[in-house]
Write a protein of this length. Structure first.
Length: 134
């Protein structure tokens, strides 16, 4: 079985990947600025956790990383329901549009963002649960 540290690093890489995908999906789109901002926060938090991870020994990894302030920041991001806010914003925009193609496009975009966001949130939750295993 992989060590807690290795599993933590693997989940961290998956979270970074999801954050990167969200940043790409939301790049240069004002309507998605909150998603882009959140993705950037997650990326910075992951970078800080990756640096902290490299400093800790496998033997005392869980205790050392559990106290990291950056880990708490990731948990706070999970608590913010960014997708619901985005849905509200999209539906408000749709009320101003008569074109169903635009509505379909926005729904498809929202589905892609939701899928990526959900994966990221699940991995953040697994990251926290991993430290509680020990």
């Amino acid at each position: 079985m992989k060590s807690i540290k290795k599993r933590f690093k693997q989940l961290l890489a998956e979270i970074e990947q999801s954050a990167s995908e969200l940043a790409v999906l939301s790049a240069d789109l004002e309507l998605l600025s909150e998603i882009r901002r959140m993705a950037n926060q997650v990326s910075k938090a992951c970078e800080a956790l990756r640096l902290e991870t490299s400093k800790l020994k496998k033997a005392n990894f869980s205790e050392g990383i559990a106290d990291a302030e950056t880990l708490a920041q990731l948990d706070e991001i999970v608590d913010i329901d960014a997708i619901s806010a985005l849905e509200d914003r999209f539906f408000a925009e749709l009320q101003n549009q008569a074109d169903s193609d635009i509505g379909e496009f926005l729904q498809q975009l929202l589905d892609k963002i939701d899928k990526c966001y959900t994966k990221m949130v699940e991995n953040i939750q697994q990251l926290s649960a991993l430290l509680e295993e020990e």
